[in-house]
Design a protein around this ligand. Structure first.
Ligand code: AMP
Length: 188
């Protein structure tokens, strides 16, 4: 099963993705993790960091090769959970094309929705707890703005394919997870 998980920063995607991969037993492809794991001291790592640190999207020429290389690995032949990808309509189109070549398509797009003021509050709390360099107030606003302008259109792209399931993210993690499972079951 090919699943895309979309949600603004702070929506609780990380928590739900871990639970989902445990339950479904499919690989978890977090482009944020993959980009953060780029060798820190390499020229590539420094370039990637320069985008992450200010909350801007890394360019497709950096992101797409990392994703496609991963998709050729044996565990990704039958499906995976995309987390933080695609983040632009262009990435979505490239993903569609890649899967079409394998006679596949995205089965479900989970759209985790949380109100903007709740997101900001959650992200500032996470900044205190996790010491993530891109969780300061300025970068958080930049990331929320990037979500609104560049990633929200990805949802429209997938709505056109009729595979989006909206999930109400402002409830307890258990309830959110139950809604996700119900959404997936309804689609299978
Ligand atoms: P995340 O961990 O998903 O919140 O991603 C952290 C940062 O990594 C983002 O703010 C972007 O700078 C970068 N990033 C992650 N995924 C992508 C993507 N699909 N395209 C471009 N940049 C990305």
């Amino acid at each position: 099963m090919w699943i895309v998980f979309i949600g603004p920063p702070g929506a609780g995607k990380g928590t739900q993705c871990s639970r989902l991969v445990d339950t479904l037993g499919i690989p978890h492809l977090s482009t944020g993790d993959m980009l953060r794991n780029t060798e820190r001291n390499s020229a590539l790592g420094k370039l990637v960091e320069s985008y992450i640190d200010v909350g801007r999207l890394a360019p497709d020429y950096l992101v797409m090769p990392i994703v496609t290389k991963r998709l050729f690995e044996p565990d990704c032949q039958l499906g995976c959970l995309f987390d933080g990808f695609p983040r632009t309509v262009h990435q979505a189109e490239q993903l569609d094309e890649f899967l079409a070549q394998r006679d596949s398509r995205i089965d479900v797009v989970l759209n985790l929705q949380v109100a903007a003021d709740v997101l900001l509050e959650r992200l500032l709390k996470r900044a205190e707890l996790q010491n993530r360099k891109d969780d300061n107030e300025q970068t958080i606003s930049a990331r929320l703005e990037v979500f609104r302008t560049q990633t929200a259109p990805v949802l429209q792209h997938f709505r056109g394919q009729g595979n989006v399931v909206d999930i109400h993210g402002d409830q307890s993690p258990d309830r959110v997870f139950n809604d996700i499972l119900a959404g997936l079951t309804g689609r299978k």
